[in-house]
Design a protein around this ligand. Sequence first.
Ligand SMILES: Cc1ncc(COP(=O)(O)O)c(C=O)c1O
Length: 483
Amino acid sequence: MVRGDGVRGEEQDRPETSALALPERQAVLEHAAGLIAGAWEEFDHAREYQPPVTGRHERLLREPLPAGPSDARAALDAAAEVLDVSLSQVRPRFFAYVASSGLEIGVLADALMASHDVNAAVTAGGADLLEGQVVRWVDAFVGFGGAADGVMAAGGQISNLTALAAARERALPGFRRSGADGRRAALYTSAEAHYSVQRSGEVLGLGADNVRRIALDDDRRMDVEACASAIDADLSTGVVPVAVVATAGTTLTGTVDDLAGLAEVCSARGVWLHVDGAYGLPAASTTAAGWRFAGLDRADSATVDAHKWLYVPKACSVLLMREAGRLEAAFSHQESYMPHPHDEIHPVDRTLEYSRPLRALKLWLAFRVHGADAIRAAIERNLAQAAMLAGLVEAEEGLELLLAPQLSAVCFRVIPPEDADPFAHNAQVVDAVNADGRLLIAGAVLDGVPCLRACVVNHRTTDADVRAIVEVVSEVVAELGDA
Ligand SMILES: Cc1ncc(COP(=O)(O)O)c(C=O)c1O
């Protein structure tokens, strides 16, 4: 296209920008900062109820694909409104599941990380060093006692799977290429282990039936003797033990397996010991609970979810590996689109994932900004709050504590009326408490007994928030009784 000189001159003076560059960028950024700051202020305190999704939200969320632009500030406002009527785990009275609590510096880290969107699939300069440093910091924080290697992953499920892929390749060399090739193999984990262990057995081609769920001892830990016997029985029939997966903080009750006992069993038989500490392992850094994790320094690998009890936003899991080279043995490869001109090891040669965000940045900034001591103190506080909750439940008529908490998961039940179905009654209580909206709690089943489960892993949770669990549950139960 030929244009007049004047027009061409103007265009040459103006630097070319993307057609998708944000108009009024600075103003939009300040607007977004205002929304985030507003949310943080709100999260400082519990709110009185969960606002419902209204017709206005539904209309907005049924609008067809927008063909043209709209004002970014108005769009951000609409997004914030939708988020406000979505269940958020970061609020101080969200006690369901094992939640993440959106540490503020982690939120900023995510924005900064996404802005640069580093290529964390391949060697990427400073990012590689930063990820390595975070692995070393987490190693030091939890007392793993020397990780020669480690990677960040998209959650506990992926860290567990990654570790077990490495364990499988050590126990059954060549499995990744030839499959089982007639060999039989098994994993060993507690009856209370997270499903991610079984799922790992499924997707690694070992088979769910070959994930031996070992009975619990009197402290709900994987029975060490039973684990040893199961391994020995398998060995005697030619089944190869791939790994024992100990849990350091079960999802249901926060039980920490006997890591030292299991390390003994594993080292005597040359079996890989993986510790699933997705939820509980940060508590290994504390004075109150650190002793429960004795033996961690003898594990071959360990999972820690920083988006759980290290407070950063989802998802940020850390896999610690005792021995260098094990991840490469399981994952390294040569492809024409992924050259290794300098014999470099790319993250894709050591991880399950290809495209990965630089998840380490939020944990790096969290440790830098707050320091390990403050993070440890927050975990100590959550432990104390869980113990306080257990005491309050015990003192409250109509409630029954099912188990003294080892970490910060508290299982208790509302004693049902004599003629009531305990499952239906428990479900009714959970629904009524959550409909009340002052706090969120999950239903669970412990040894066949339906119960409520509160997990305290939020740095924003105050003692008053914890006391509210007993107050609100008792109030709601009284209302149900009156109805
Ligand atoms: C003990 C344990 N392992 C693994 C997981 C799975 O972690 P993620 O949800 O990050 O994949 C959980 C989740 O709660 C867990 O509690």
